[in-house]
Design a protein around this ligand. Structure first.
Ligand code: SF4
Ligand code: SF4
Length: 372
């Protein structure tokens, strides 16, 4: 059980790593410092910059961290470096990525699986090879080993091992070859996050799209790319029948900052751009969003505001509410309760979203949170 450094309250819904409760985060934005001290300490422990570097150096504009990297130092993601006045990617070149990949049999457990062409056959024959699920086919899952956020609840926390070891390094030709070695109809770039290695991911996408067959390009990302690159990502999915998923982690800026270690940046501007573009391809949703229901922090009000934003642009956008399970530095919180999930679901629907889904329902706990 954690306690809040501001109001002094103890509760099973206050994570020790956060050190602050939701109410204080909302009423006093300065209280975020309790959570930021955890981010800084843990990042320093594994040799990553405690926060996006500012001051003297070279600016990296790949994502909205907009790091200004001093000579000999790393950017926030840990794989872009200022090497004697020149920015380098530690994978060596855009042809290489620090990543792992594997074949995921369709239907996959992607966040978009409940409506995508692979699992349902929507968009057949242009975007799918079957009228129903593409059984016998594969998604090539590309897991990038770096991220430009630092979520305390990270469910894929082990990407940090790749960041710190800077391996394995995989050439883009190996990924193209892998996509030809089995019947692959889609590729999903995730991680970590594809953003710090976006040049590699876009190179792979371009090569795959030249094949002239069903090859959907999908992305699971946090939405922090710079706007120009975001347009390239969206176009790759728009033109291939793929889907872009953003993890919209919170609505309140202080809650977002406390959970992720980064300010909310241009996430919602990028999401607005994706939502507007999604109106151009109604037959297969171009954009989907998800929110992890972190007990004590991502409550129905956070979900309500996110849903209101999405519905104001495209109310047919599929939205997944994901059940939380203890992970990384948030191991002292309970799993999401069924009541919490149902309240969030209702809030999202009340805001006008027509396609809301609870992901990982088997993780939900039946009883409500025990606050004593
Ligand atoms: S990719 Fe983003 S986090 Fe990494 S160095 Fe560039 S601006 Fe910073
Ligand atoms: S990668 Fe895209 S098309 Fe393939 S299973 Fe996942 S969401 Fe569906």
């Amino acid at each position: 059980m954690g306690s809040c450094g501001v109001c002094g309250r103890s509760s099973p819904l206050i994570a020790r790593a956060m050190g602050v409760c939701l109410e204080c985060l909302r009423s006093d934005p300065k209280s975020v410092e309790y959570a930021l001290s955890t981010h800084r300490r843990e990042r320093a422990r594994i040799g990553l910059p405690p926060e996006p570097p500012r001051g003297e150096g070279i600016k990296c504009g790949l994502c909205d961290s907009e790091c200004i990297i001093p000579d000999g130092k790393l950017g926030y993601c840990g794989i872009v470096m200022n090497d004697s006045g020149r920015l380098i990617n530690l994978a060596g070149s855009p042809e290489n990525g620090i990543l792992e990949y594997y074949y995921d049999p369709i239907p996959t457990n992607c966040v978009a699986h409940w409506f995508c062409p692979a699992s349902t056959g929507i968009g057949y024959p242009k975007w799918s090879v079957r009228r129903g699920a593409e059984l016998g086919y594969y998604n090539l899952a590309v897991f990038y080993g770096a991220c430009n956020l630092d979520c305390l609840f990270c469910q894929n926390w082990f990407f940090r091992d790749l960041t710190v070891s800077r391996k394995p390094i995989v050439n883009f030709r190996e990924l193209i070859k892998a996509s030809l070695s089995r019947p692959v109809t889609c590729v999903c770039f995730f991680g970590g996050d594809p953003s710090p290695q976006i040049s590699n991911a876009l190179l792979v996408s371009r090569e795959l799209m030249k094949m002239g067959k069903v090859m959907r390009i999908c992305w699971e990302m946090n939405g922090h790319l710079n706007q120009r690159t975001m347009i390239a990502v969206l176009n790759s999915s728009l033109r291939s029948g793929g889907i872009v998923k953003f993890d919209l982690k919170a609505w309140s800026p202080s809650v977002y900052l406390a959970l992720t270690g980064r300010d909310i940046g241009s996430v919602y501007e990028n999401a607005a751009m994706a939502l507007k573009l999604s109106l151009e391809r109604p037959e297969v949703p171009l954009f989907t969003a998800s929110t992890l229901l972190v007990p004590g922090y991502v409550d129905e009000e956070e979900v309500r505001m996110i849903a209101r934003f999405i519905a104001s642009i495209n109310p047919d956008t599929p939205y997944s509410l994901l059940a939380f399970h203890p992970s990384y530095l948030m191991t002292d919180l309970p799993n999401t309760s069924r009541k919490h999930a149902m309240e969030a679901l209702k809030a999202a629907k009340d805001e006008g979203l027509r396609r809301v889904h609870i992901g990982n329902p088997w993780l939900l706990i039946r009883e409500d949170y025990q606050l004593q």
